[in-house]
Design a protein around this ligand. Structure first.
Ligand code: CP
Length: 313
């Protein structure tokens, strides 16, 4: 396993890593999940900095859990209001300072492109933990590890993305990544108002030659799919409340709606959910979203070890 190439690298966009690097990280993530005790000291003496300008439960805390499990330490803020951003400090200045306090920086920001800007001012690796409605590459790593563990090879899958595909950064990153695996078919299920951004559609169709099946009815594909990726309609991305209220319950997954789905379907959701998956679905063996959240710890352990260049021998 050669992780050398990832040492000191930023992860801003899922395309920053080659397919070989992604596969190597997934292999390491599975090893760390199977035998976490073997990696308990590998980040001893290292510090991870978190700069979260937007709320988070899973991403921030799974990063923190990952770093602590590797024997490292963490510092940072989980709310811009308690940082000097509240006093008007620029992102560039904050990053220049944090760069001296930590060996890697994990950043979530409401502004698209903020982590890319941060990377220009950092000498340590910057990891994008979600920027506005743009990208969320470490959620994609989490999704891939979940697929790898519970499904095996990631190939020849019929995948439906359902919900907010316009602002859904987890969807954008996963689509841009799964299209690099062989034999994928995509169904994009959303209200007309929340279809994927035009630039992403163009990229998938013209650069990757992917055929996209866009629909507003989950019933159109539920019987055929291997993976159902549900997402929340994100209140915080809407400009007006009325539009949100109109669209918020566009899709509600129930046990009944899964009756005609394949027995080996996998239902994922990056979480948090609001109303789009009923609690009764949680007991269905096809629901894997809580296992998915768990996988986030192990793939982030793999990622942190790799970008910090620790010796795993
Ligand atoms: N999946 C995800 O990004 O969750 P959080 O917003 O809780 O970090």
């Amino acid at each position: 396993m050669n992780l050398e190439s990832l040492k000191g690298r930023h992860l801003i966009d899922p395309e920053d890593f080659t397919m070989e690097e992604l596969q190597t990280l997934l292999e390491l993530g599975l090893k760390m999940e199977a035998r976490p005790e073997e990696y308990a000291d590998c980040c001893k003496g290292k510090i991870m900095g978190t700069l979260f300008y937007e709320p988070s439960t899973r991403t921030r805390l799974s990063f923190e859990s990952a770093m602590l499990r590797l024997g490292g330490q963490v510092l940072g803020f989980s709310d811009a209001a308690v940082s000097s951003a509240a006093k008007g400090e620029s992102l560039a200045d904050t990053v220049r300072v944090m760069d001296d306090y930590a060996h890697a920086l994990v950043m979530r920001h409401p502004r698209e492109g903020a982590p890319k800007l941060a990377a220009q001012y950092a000498t340590v690796p910057v990891i994008n933990a979600g920027d506005g409605g743009h990208q969320h590459p470490t959620q994609t790593l989490t999704d891939l590890l979940t697929l790898q563990k519970y499904r095996g090879a990631i190939e020849n899958l019929q995948v439906a993305f359902c919900g907010d595909l316009l602002f859904g950064r987890t969807v954008h990153s996963l689509l841009k990544t799964l299209c690099r695996f062989p034999g994928m078919t995509f169904y994009l299920v959303s209200p007309t108002e929340l279809r994927i951004p035009g630039h992403l559609r163009d990229e998938l169709q013209h650069r990757y030659h992917i055929t996209l099946h866009e629909t507003s009815r989950l019933e159109d594909c539920i019987e055929d799919i291997d993976l159902l990726y549900m997402t929340r309609i994100q209140k915080e991305r809407f400009f007006n409340e009325e539009e949100y209220v109109k669209l918020k319950d566009s899709f509600i997954l129930t046990r009944d709606k899964l009756k005609t789905a394949k027995e080996d379907l996998m239902v994922l959701h990056p979480l948090p959910r609001v109303n789009e998956i009923q609690y009764e679905v949680d007991d269905d063996p096809r629901a894997r979203y809580f296992e998915q959240a768990t996988m986030g710890v192990y793939i982030r352990m793999a990622l942190l070890s790799a970008v910090m260049g620790v010796n795993l021998a």
